[in-house]
Design a protein around this ligand. Structure first.
Ligand SMILES: CCCCCCC/C=C/C(=O)SCCNC(=O)CCNC(=O)[C@H](O)C(C)(C)COP(=O)(O)OP(=O)(O)OC[C@H]1O[C@@H](n2cnc3c(N)ncnc32)[C@H](O)[C@@H]1OP(=O)(O)O
Ligand SMILES: NC(=O)C1=CN([C@@H]2O[C@H](COP(=O)(O)OP(=O)(O)OC[C@H]3O[C@@H](n4cnc5c(N)ncnc54)[C@H](OP(=O)(O)O)[C@@H]3O)[C@@H](O)[C@H]2O)C=CC1
Length: 289
């Protein structure tokens, strides 16, 4: 009997899939992948020009994409966005909760506004999007959600606000998978490590300085690509992952396994990495090095 693989060009045909942050980086790459596999991609972000450009790129490639502006941190805006997308395009089958970001800073220097901005961007916004997509559409016919985390489990100097938000999103992923499984809704997450992306290019200071040396600290000896993250997102949305829910998939070249080995890195590895580490730890610890 011939083997019938599920990986076909029309894998997502007939599906409406939202990609937040679809105007750049990993979101843009994921939108292209999904459209190439037959999805009707709905791009969401704050900047219309970026979204419009990606929708046009997808159309040029023969794919189907529409876009809508929304700040995912604003509850009313998210409720309205989701109801408008359903009114215009019909039921929602997938959500890639990718929008996010942060600014590197030692914890001691983060003020309340900055902390809340990063939490609202990476946790509250993702919650609002998932809740509305579930309540307004997926609760009736099932679907799949993929949340974007970041590989900061061991704690990460300079990323305290973001790490707190991503850990919250990790837990929310599991609870949503539990609560929404009865409706045929799967909820998973991806946790990328160091990925060369347009977002990474925006960083300054010690974080920027360390980027060229990062590969030394990844067991696979390189940083990842946007398409390597997109591939994992596509897998989690697809029928190949039909029995996968409540999982977080790390895409980091095994970098997170080095968490406990940072003192060894410090003793043996590059000056720039040590400089980065020192830039984000309190002075009191520097004295004890
Ligand atoms: C081994 C594995 C390791 C894993 C590593 C993972 C590494 C992760 C990499 C990435 O995620 S890269 C791609 C993500 N993209 C970005 O981060 C984009 C750049 N960041 C931003 O645009 C912002 O930080 C934001 C929070 C995502 C968006 O901010 P928004 O535009 O809404 O806020 P603002 O109005 O600019 O600021 C509000 C408030 O927030 C504080 N703040 C924001 N930026 C800074 C900053 N650069 N420095 C200090 N404080 C900042 C500040 O309190 C702002 O208030 P005001 O001062 O403006 O009143
Ligand atoms: N690159 C990396 O190494 C890693 C990245 N990540 C995460 O992956 C995701 C994608 O990052 P990447 O592609 O690298 O970076 P980008 O900065 O290119 O992408 C972030 C996207 O999020 C959108 N966005 C940010 N805030 C909001 C908001 N409040 N409402 C709606 N959209 C918003 C931005 O669109 P707009 O400007 O239109 O608002 C932008 O398109 C982020 O969550 C990032 O933190 C995680 C681990 C590692």
């Amino acid at each position: 009997m011939a083997y019938d693989s599920i990986f076909k060009a029309d894998l997502f045909a007939g599906q409406n899939i939202i990609v937040t942050g679809g105007g750049s980086g990993i979101g843009r790459c994921t939108a292209h992948e999904l459209a190439a596999l037959g999805a009707h991609v709905l791009l969401v972000g704050r900047k219309a020009d970026k979204l419009k450009t990606v929708a046009a790129e997808i159309a040029d490639d023969g794919g189907k994409a529409d876009w809508a502006v929304c700040d995912i941190r604003e509850e009313e805006a998210v409720v309205h966005l989701v109801s408008e997308l359903i009114r215009k395009h019909g039921p929602l089958h997938g959500l890639v909760n990718n929008a996010g970001g942060q600014y590197p800073s030692p914890l001691a220097s983060i003020n309340q506004k900055g902390f809340e901005t990063v939490l609202r961007t990476n946790l509250v916004g993702g919650f609002l999007m998932a809740r509305e997509v579930f309540n307004q559409s997926m609760s009736k016919h099932g679907g799949a959600i993929v949340n974007m985390l970041a590989d900061m489990w061991g704690g990460m100097p300079g990323m305290g606000h973001s790490g707190a938000a991503r850990s919250g999103m990790d837990n929310l992923t599991k609870t949503a998978a539990y609560e929404w499984g009865h409706a045929g809704v799967r909820v998973n997450a991806v946790a990328p490590g160091w990925i060369a992306s347009s977002g990474m290019d925006t960083y300054e200071g010690a974080f920027k300085a360390v980027i060229p040396t990062l590969r030394e600290h990844v067991p696979l000896k390189r940083i990842g690509t946007e398409s390597e993250v997109s591939a994992a997102i596509v897998f989690l949305l697809s029928p190949a992952a039909a029995f996968v829910s409540g999982s977080t998939l790390r895409i980091d070249g095994a970098a997170s396994l080095g968490g406990r080995a940072w003192p060894i890195h410090k003793a043996t590895n590059s000056e720039s990495y040590n400089g980065f580490h020192r830039a984000y730890i309190p002075d009191v610890l520097k004295d004890k090095e």
